[in-house]
Write a protein that binds this ligand. Structure first.
Ligand SMILES: Nc1ncnc2c1ncn2[C@@H]1O[C@H](COP(=O)(O)OP(=O)(O)OP(=O)(O)O)[C@@H](O)[C@H]1O
Ligand SMILES: [Mg+2]
Length: 257
């Protein structure tokens, strides 16, 4: 069933959860309900998007997949720039997953800074001894913000996925870092936060945690949602129906299949 949004404001949705919790499947549900184009950046080698298109051949008409390696920041930012240039209102831009992009931009920084010593750097475990002072976070965050600007500046709907991360982060030197207030407010009751650059947890209007129980039920819980009913452990069978229609107020398109 094809769906259309109730309001003009485009969606900005982040789905996060453990591997196998149904993030990519939920994004495919959205793609199947989309009336416009769906431009997907696939940053892992699982080919799950290609398998989904095999399973639902009609997706090939609307879905375009950019597959870029998890550690290839230059390729990722190039793909996102191109996708967001092409996507208009009513289209969807999907990044599945955001988590590798943050690792990729940091790795590129280390590579540029340490040049020929780069491999030695990882091979001898020097990366594990790095402190915050070794990293120019302003430069790294500024490079990374190109991705946010492209994505959140787009008139298209945006759907991002991310892995789940523990609430207490331990730095590579073993130091425990306290969570800031904002993270606690949205994520403490769930017990997991999105894994990636810090502002990923705040910037999307909608953040939903997905999880799976042992007998094959899939559930969604709101971490953050603007002006919409917050849901807890609600079963997901088809994310487009269970979230877009029932929570976000999307409606079936009348004269469409
Ligand atoms: N709501 C659902 N109902 C039935 N099956 C589901 C549901 N959600 C996910 N699945 C199935 O569970 C498996 C894992 O789902 P999916 O690939 O979407 O997980 P993921 O969160 O994207 O994992 P990863 O982090 O590894 O990419 C798939 O075979 C998918 O078809
Ligand atoms: Mg996936």
């Amino acid at each position: 069933m094809k769906l259309e949004a109730k309001h003009k404001t485009p969606e900005r949705i982040l789905l996060y959860g453990d591997p196998g919790s149904g993030k990519s499947r939920a994004a495919v549900d959205v793609a199947r309900a989309a009336t416009g184009r769906v431009l997907v950046l696939d940053t892992d080698y699982s080919s799950s998007w290609f398998r989904s298109i095999d399973a639902h051949p009609e997706l090939a008409d609307t879905v375009e997949v950019w597959q870029v390696g998890p550690d290839d920041w230059a390729g990722q930012i190039r793909a996102v720039t191109e996708m967001t240039k092409q996507a208009g209102g009513g289209d969807w831009v999907v990044i599945d997953s955001m988590t590798p992009t943050w690792l990729a931009v940091r790795t590129l920084y280390i590579q540029r800074r340490y040049g020929d010593d780069f491999f030695d750097f990882f091979a001898t475990g020097k990366d594990k001894q790095m402190s915050d002072a070794d990293m120019n976070w302003n430069a790294i965050n500024s490079e990374y913000s190109r991705l946010y600007r492209a994505v959140f500046g787009s008139p298209a709907h945006v759907l991002l996925t991310a892995e789940a991360d523990a609430m207490t982060t331990v730095t590579q030197s073993g130091k425990q870092v306290a969570q800031d207030r904002g993270i606690k407010t949205h994520y403490q009751t769930i017990g997991w936060k999105p894994k990636g650059q810090k502002t990923l947890a705040y910037t999307p209007h909608t953040v939903i945690w997905l999880n799976k129980d042992r007998v094959g039920g899939y559930y969604m819980t709101t971490a953050k949602d603007r002006e919409r009913t917050e849901i807890e452990a609600r079963e997901v069978k088809d994310f487009s129906r269970d979230y877009l229609m029932r929570v976000a107020g999307w409606r079936p398109v009348k004269d469409a299949t």
